[in-house]
Design a protein around this ligand. Sequence first.
Ligand code: NAI
Length: 462
Amino acid sequence: MASYDVIIIGSGPGGYVSAIRCAQLGLKVACVEGRDTLGGTCLNVGCIPSKALLHATEMLHESQHNFAEMGLKGKAPSVDWKQMLAYKDKTISQNTGGIEFLFKKNKVDWLKGWGSIPEAGKVKVGDEVHEAKNIVVATGSESSSLPGVEVDEKVVVTSTGALELGKVPKSLVVIGAGVIGLELGSVYARLGSEVTVVEFMDAITPGQDGEIAKTFQKMLKKQGLTFVMGAAVQGTTVKNNKATVTYKLRKDDSEATLTADAVLVATGRKPCTDGLGLEALGVEMSDRGQIKTDAHYATNIKGIYAIGDAIAGPMLAHKAEDEGMAVAEGIAGQKPHVNYGVIPGVIYTHPEVASVGETEETLKEQGRAYKVGKFSFMGNARAKANFSGDGFVKILTDKATDRILGAHIIGPMAGDLIHEVCVAMEFGAAAEDLARTCHAHPTYSEAVREAALACGDGAIHM
Ligand code: NAI
């Protein structure tokens, strides 16, 4: 039995970042992880592996569509699926190994096994019970199931199974037009699968700025994805390695089916809290299964904290990381703060979609007077040279003060471009502050500046 200042349960982006921050602040810390490798869903079966497949298939697309025009001649590459998966696996192990190195460097103990909390101040891992003045639950989330849909991770898969299908399916039905469905759906579309996305709502990516969602759907259609909107999936059946998906159209209750070689269920995720012993301890949970916390990530039980996907808020790795740092700093006696108004969201399709802050819809709901500054990547020289002129930057400002309230980008490197707006928002900047900042030419980021200019006297290249 060992004694620690902090034991963190879970080594995903929330947990491992928190552990490193605790160590940096002089706390004796251990992190419990039952997987063979550190990094949680994000590094092992989520953000990182999916990015490897997105990158590989984007390269394939580039070679098929744009190489000839650039004078790059030769046979277009063919897909060696096994090798592509090996590249993905190497990317995973480089990253999970990196966390193991950081743990050693920072003297974070890795307690191997699945943890539970028999009582406040104690964490059980295997047969051993360790003492901890503070416990942080960072156990993340798992794919939520849909009634009538039985996941076998072979034909009917979650994002985990979709990252290691035996072969590229000829046809794929994606249930849910959210982030996971569209990222992985576009991977398989580029690999040649016939992809049909079945979505309950009338727009894709719920919560997204409406204009962006519409443009995004048009682009995805152009890339070959088919959409069945306003359709509630009722269930799936599998016969001879083929799946049939039954759905009901909301507008007239009519039922229809789709048959495919694989089905990806991407209808959301739910917190992972089973087996921790939280119920017996009396830790308060919301009716959505999230652990309830106060502004300092403390649960109602003294010395037990929770962060990341296991608590309320967007299920995003970077939100969990920020909370991981904040909870560590709070335990160490500092006064940290996470600004939930400035958490970017990125969809890593091609082109990428990135957003931060308010959308036009939320501003209208609040009855706020706002201004829109927009700039198309068609007016950006770098984007045009790189076959990336599709998409735009949109900045929303307070009509009276010019303060930036939100930004939405669909276009090249949107996931990186959004951060200059995030920094501006953190500093309470006006669009004019962005517009008066010199931006290097020729860069994609000039499109952000031009959108900021469009909030004032007008963009130059439009
Ligand atoms: P999501 O919540 O983003 O989207 C789920 C979609 O499924 C919604 O559009 C919903 O209307 C639809 N749906 C639900 N029930 C349905 C039914 N019966 N029939 C048809 N459609 C139905 O969930 P997703 O994509 O599974 O992602 C889970 C979480 O993981 C999200 O919180 C997401 O933000 C996060 N994530 C973030 C990534 C990123 O930031 N790039 C990447 C992957 C996941």
